[in-house]
Design a protein around this ligand. Structure first.
Ligand code: SF4
Length: 525
């Protein structure tokens, strides 16, 4: 620690002289110690500084790439919906290119709240560059995100066209996968039909009471806010009741519906729990990992989503993929046959016979059939198209039918022979018509699929599935932070999913095309 010179002097002086000596030395020290000059901060001042908007962000900033990409698109479907007209009263509308770029850039940064974007437009250089330092209200942004469904779908198709033209989409091999994204609803908000009816009655009463409320009791703003909230609640509850009718028509066993987002469904999550969610279906082109199809469904299972996904792809891109790779959730006899009918090669885990074997074992136990008299113990004779039972009696062809992608041929023994048989109690103790068994022949499409999945080539392709198909799922959840939808109801949720996928595709275009081209342009000639 640095000591005062006075301390050294006082230590060696007489006490009587200390006071005068101290004051003398202090004045000497004051004279010697320089006064430091410090620059202090003045936050009370106001400054006007020039801002060169163009220089707010670097030349290779992603906001520039997004602006450039969106500039290549035909945005006339959006422009046609602008109500502000030249020569008429009112402010001009913000150009669609700006609002699209703002949303895409925001999603790319994991920002999906309109209020947050409004705030960022006030100070973030990239947002300021995009808006040209103008402020945009959260209301405008929020409306734009969910209002133009058809225009957004057309935009997505246009983006696919651009990416195809650049050779980034080939449709030679696509991968279908689903991921569950949480809905904007709490599990505790799910109610039975009777409970929702009661809530709706209360909500209607509240709306009536607010209508009758004397004007002077509340300010105009408070009155409007309360009426809006009451109307919205009434609408949500009415929609929830309507969902019960739809569920009944679909023969669903769901007994509770959310009063917050009536179209969300409780689905199992990857962590083992369950939560109100939507199932986001993505079709990914294997060439560069770009998403060529997206949909959001209310069903937690995937196996009904394959055919609609292929149909959607044909409709949007104009051609079907040559090969589709899926996981076990999509494998069913119906899907295998449907893909074969369309001339599409399906790659997936081969169907196992384990479930069929377990069912058959249970059926044997139920009917009291002993192991020595199970179907494997009956001998087939192709020449006569008959079976011979362990007691040497013939079972003749009786009928055929198609179940689960296989043709089933039924053979029956003579009732009289079975009734007289000493082994009846082990073979068919509960049958009054004699023993019957089935010969199962898989449909050609199923047999071809099974044979294909035995090959090393098909297995090698299947091993690449998780790497390609799950990459966009992870990207949406981790980079774009789409772990929960910000909007409610299926139609709006579909739009949010479309915005996220649009962003993902543009980000991949930046990575695959824009940035390499920019780097090449910067290289010395
Ligand atoms: S019960 Fe009928 S089918 Fe079974 S072993 Fe006897 S004769 Fe054959």
């Amino acid at each position: 620690m640095r000591r005062n010179p006075l301390d050294y002097v006082i230590a060696g002086a007489d006490v009587g002289h200390r006071s005068s000596l101290a004051s003398e030395v202090t004045s000497m020290a004051d004279e010697q110690e320089p006064v430091r000059r410090l620059h202090t901060v003045d936050r009370a001042q106001s400054l006007l500084r020039p801002v060169v908007v163009e220089e707010l962000i670097a030349e290779d900033h992603p906001a520039r790439a997004i602006w450039e990409f969106v500039g290549q698109l035909d945005l006339s479907p959006y422009v046609e919906q602008v109500r502000s007209l030249e020569g008429a009263a009112g402010r001009p509308a913000f150009e669609p290119r700006l609002l699209i770029s703002l949303w895409v850039y925001s999603y790319s940064r994991g920002v999906s709240l309109a209020r947050e974007i409004e705030r960022l437009c006030g100070h973030d250089p990239a947002y300021q560059w995009l808006t040209g330092m103008e402020s945009i209200s959260a209301h405008t942004l929020s409306d734009f995100r969910v209002r133009h469904r058809e225009a957004l779908e057309e935009l997505f198709v246009q983006v696919l066209g651009l990416l195809s033209a650049e050779g980034l989409i080939t449709l030679e091999r696509v991968m279908q996968d689903g991921t569950r994204v949480r809905a904007s609803a709490a599990p505790s908000g799910f109610r039975t039909r009777a409970r929702i009816k009661g809530c709706l009655k209360q909500a209607r009463q509240l709306v009536a009471e607010l209508r009758a409320l004397a004007d002077e009791e509340l300010t105009l703003r408070m009155r409007r806010a309360r009426k809006r909230a009451a109307h919205e609640r009434q609408e949500r509850l009415t929609a929830a009741l309507k969902q019960f009718d739809e569920l009944k028509a679909a023969k669903s066993r769901v007994e509770r519906v959310s009063t917050t987002d009536p179209e969300a469904r409780i689905m199992k999550q990857a962590d083992g729990g369950s939560a109100p969610s939507y199932n986001v279906q993505l079709t990914t082109d294997a060439a560069h990992g770009l998403v060529v199809g997206v949909d959001v469904v209310q069903s937690g299972s995937d196996y009904r989503q394959l055919t609609p996904a292929v149909d959607r792809l044909e409709q949007q891109v104009g051609s079907a993929p040559a090969q589709v790779v899926v996981d076990g959730g999509y494998i069913s006899s119906r899907n295998i046959v449907a893909m074969a009918d369309r001339g599409i090669e399906l790659i997936g885990p081969g169907p196992t016979d384990r479930a069929a074997d377990a069912n058959r074992t249970n059926a044997y136990r139920h009917h009291g059939v002993q192991p020595e008299y199970q179907v494997e113990k009956f001998r087939y004779e192709a020449a006569t198209d008959t079976f011979v039972c362990p007691q040497g009696k013939q079972l003749r062809y009786d009928a055929k039918y198609e179940i689960s992608g296989a043709m089933r041929y039924r053979y029956k023994a003579s009732q009289a022979e079975c009734d007289a048989c000493p082994a009846k109690q082990f073979c068919c103790p509960r049958s009054r018509r004699g023993r019957s068994i089935e010969r199962v022949e898989p449909l050609p499409a199923i047999a071809a699929f099974r044979a294909r999945m035995q090959s090393d080539e098909a297995r090698a392709i299947y091993r690449t599935r998780s790497q390609v198909a799950e990459f966009p799922n992870l990207w949406l959840k981790e980079k774009l932070r789409l772990r929960q939808f910000r909007v409610r109801r299926l139609a709006k949720v579909r739009m949010e999913a479309l915005w996220a996928v649009l962003t993902y595709n543009i980000q991949q275009w930046i990575r695959l095309r824009w940035r390499p081209q920019w780097l090449a342009s910067q290289a010395p000639a």
